[in-house]
Write a protein that binds this ligand. Sequence first.
Ligand code: DGJ
Length: 491
Amino acid sequence: MKLPVLILMGALVASGVQAQPAQISDKGLMVDGKPFLVLGGEVGNSSVSDPKQMGPVFDKAKAIGLNTLVVPVEWDQIEPVEGQFDFGVADALIAEAKARDLKLVILWFGAWKNSMSTYAPAWVKKDSMRFTRARSAEGVAQDILTPFDDDLLKADVKAFSAFMAHLKQADPTGVVIMVQIENEIGMLPSARDHSDLATKQFMVTRDTEERFQARSYARFVEAMAMAGKAQYDLPMYVNAALNRPGKLPGEYPSAGPLPHLFDIWKGVAPSLDMLSPDIYFPDFVERMKPYAFKGNPLFIPEAHYAGDAVASANAFYAIGELDAIGFSPFSIENLPDGDPLISAYAVLDSLAPLILAQRGKDTMRGLKAPINYDGVTDTTPQVFEMGGYRFTAAFIDPWTAKDKQVPGNHGALIIQTGKDEFIVAGSGVTLTFSDTGQERVGMEQVVEGKYENGEFVPGKWLNGDQTHQGRHLRLLPDKWGVQRLKLYKYN
Ligand code: DGJ
């Protein structure tokens, strides 16, 4: 950071003026007033719950090259006794992140974490008279608190508001850029809660059980978002545990922010900035698409377990094709040393200014062979047009033995940077070209290089065998790299 900026921020903090909080705009996620791309990772649920042991997790995040760590804060740690707040762990998270120039996305593990209510403080969990439990269709009490209970809503809202108010004063430089409310909300093992509180209301609804339950969750979350934002107006979202094909609500966590319930979640919880998918299934490309629409920028807080070799390609597709504002594999502190994600993120980080300038334009594409739910990759070459050229992207590397490559792990993005000029970044994708009109197309020049401070820094000129004598641009399958391509037309 340049000295005058530092002095200005120091002066702001000293004068008690808050740095500009992060926000979602039509340019995506804005941090410190500028578009920001979250190259993130989410930590394991319990990995940063002890300030004495969180340092190495942050060191690892820095070593990987993340710019953002996604971390939980727990209601039970924050309010162990009703009305008595302890923000020690949250403060330590902010200090550790700030010391390493990392941003944080905070996960509020409150009334629900993966359907269950295990992060509610003991004074909530143990008082079933005051805080009603959800019940299955058979009437069996669950380790799940019911969203139909206004006492629970009041208690969670009070704690979350106190946390957001604390954050506003404890984080004047804006280390925390987004907040997730609860985690993977969804009713189990029935489509809806069958407590008396819920059933009384269900009798007078025409909704299906799942839609009825979704309204209740969304109403709860809306109250949380409004109260939290009233204290400190940061971007807020909820995340979804996606449903397995063929399963019924209740077999999967029912009523979460799933595509078939978007109308309810968007309508009842308008204060949320995003509904976000946690994606662990192979059919990643298809699963993320529904979450990228106007008014809902794509953010993937949990993308596979860290170390899954397909993650980098999915990140390139999400960012290049769907304008994702961020990507974040789960259990990031366990990423194996030398994992390809490290070089993939380094490429994305260097390209970030260029990528972020493309939002809302048709000058960027993401390329990835889709994989279906059963793990079968569709390697059919993909054809698209950009800048008056027709491109064909192939995902099987032509010069690598078939049994030595995994086409599903290949991915790329392409950005038009001039009339006949493109930046292509990725791994394992080969591009060929033709004209959208009648002319022939040749390669003027291909240069391998890197991006630094928003500028292309040329390296080796690629020609001859490396471009198949002018026939293709090839991104090597064993590394994540950048090439600048210039094309021309002739007759
Ligand atoms: C999804 C949850 O959101 C995470 O907190 C974690 O429990 C992972 N599942 C573990 O698979």
